[in-house]
Ligand binder design. Structure first.
Ligand SMILES: *Cc1c(COP(=O)(O)O)cnc(C)c1O
Length: 428
């Protein structure tokens, strides 16, 4: 058995033969760091600093307000949205990059409730997963209060049963942020549609991480994050997609002037733009959008190397290798792999649960240059988790091997028990 466990040399050979290896050159990877947190904040693309500097010094500094036209600032949300659309199975012109994931979720969820209220007023429930990302649940809770709906939270296994006739909307995160478990978007959407239920998908841990086919899956609404796998930088704008069958039916509730059909007519009344443009609210952060645009260019470079399908193959090999090494080398240390072993159910991260010390072990790893993160459990069914994201654009097979080696050393030495690793930071 142990002879089947890949060695560092085996992993180096995999890297040499990796057709996607050249993509790593698009990124600034700090020396001495193995970065397994691209699922939370993607790394800096090499092109970004110069491109943003150009936007600051030339477009802003020199051309000033003319740049809304001459540098294409006004069209940037759509232009960036179109690059994202290629990664998620949307058509050109169907996605805008704007605002945050939380805000975009508010817009699409409100629009979905408007549609439900018009088509099936007896439907008064939003169903979601108890272990969904909290901001998604908070936004849904607030909207339910505002509109007289009820938020019903279930475990993943209970979703099918919860989809009853009085449900208006099913709101799910495609890849679970804690466990890395992935829903079958097409199958779940089909189940929902049989009952006349609209689907809202959060692609925060999917866009740029796994192939997504929104049209193929017949999804209704989607939002997602720009600073995770899309490498847009801290606080990068998020994105929003609405199926064309819904876009023009209602206003979204944050109907600001950027979503107006003719914003520069400055009319006192609101007339929504056609299509996804109406999902914009107000003036967008152009410097951040510029950085996000650079993050997406690495995916364009990947297109000639097989695109998302090739990235997915590599991602599954990386996560599979990590799980294999953890099973073989850390079985005595009380880790439980909570990420599904079955490839079709797995995103691009691996989460390890441990009854004790998960936070301190992550801190000890970070001190050794292996950056993952910690997500608190609920003291019950959902345990504390060590989370490791594998971004196929810039993570290699030797990185995986070396990360597991460091984890072995942290556990074998017991150094994670040192008091300094128990100190909690404000952001985990
Ligand atoms: C990261 C993440 C968010 C982040 O929302 P912000 O508005 O950018 O803070 C929301 N939902 C999910 C599922 C996430 O993973």
């Amino acid at each position: 058995m142990s002879s089947l466990v890949p060695s560092l040399q085996d992993c180096e050979v995999l890297d040499l033969n990796d057709p996607l290896r050249s993509l790593r050159q698009h990124f600034e990877l700090p020396q001495g760091v193995i970065y397994l947190d691209g699922n939370s904040l993607g790394v800096l693309p090499r092109a970004t600093a110069a491109r943003v500097a150009q936007a600051v010094t030339h477009e802003w500094g020199h051309d000033l307000i003319k740049s809304w036209n001459t540098a294409g600032w006004f069209k940037l949300p759509q232009q960036v949205g179109d690059k994202i659309g290629r990664l998620i199975g949307a058509q050109q012109g169907e996605v805008v990059a704007a605002d945050s994931t939380s805000i975009n979720l508010y817009k699409v969820l409100a629009a979905a409730l408007n549609i439900a209220a018009a088509d099936a007023p007896h439907k008064k429930i939003i169903v979601s997963e108890r272990s969904n990302f909290p901001t998604d649940l908070y936004i849904a809770e607030a909207l339910c209060k505002e509109r007289g709906f009820t938020l019903q939270l279930v475990e993943a296994e209970g979703i099918a049963e919860a989809l009853q006739d009085d449900v208006a909307v099913l709101m799910l995160t495609h890849v679970n942020y804690r466990t890395g478990a992935m829903h079958d978007m097409a199958a779940v959407s089909a189940l929902a549609h049989v009952r006349g239920i609209l689907t809202v998908w959060d692609l925060a841990h999917s866009a740029g991480a796994v192939p997504v086919d929104l049209h193929g899956a017949k999804a209704d609404f989607a939002v997602g994050c720009g600073y995770k796998y899309l490498n847009g930088g801290p606080g990068a704008p998020a994105f929003v997609w609405v199926h064309p069958r819904h876009t023009d039916r209602f206003w979204q509730p944050l109907a600001g002037w950027w979503g107006h059909a003719a914003p520069f007519e400055f009319t006192p009344d609101y007339r929504p733009a056609k299509g996804i443009a109406r999902y914009q609210c107000g003036t967008q952060p152009i410097l951040s959008l510029t950085a996000l645009d650079c993050g997406l260019d690495a995916f364009l470079a990947a297109e000639s190397l097989g695109g998302m399908a090739a990235l997915r193959r590599k991602s599954l090999t990386l996560t599979g290798l990590f799980m294999q090494l953890v099973r073989a080398r850390l079985h005595a240390h009380g880790f439980d792999i909570v990420t599904p072993n079955q490839e079709s159910l797995r995103g691009s991260q691996v989460s390890l649960a441990r009854a004790e010390g998960a936070y301190a072990i992550v801190q000890a790893l970070i001190a050794r240059g292996v950056i993952g993160d910690f997500r608190a459990g609920d003291g019950g069914q959902h345990p504390d988790i060590l989370r490791f994201g594998f971004t196929p654009l810039y993570i290699g097979y030797a990185d995986v091997w070396l990360a597991v080696e460091q984890l072995c050393q942290v556990m074998d030495s017991g150094e994670w028990r040192e008091a300094r690793f128990a100190l909690k930071n404000e952001v985990t």
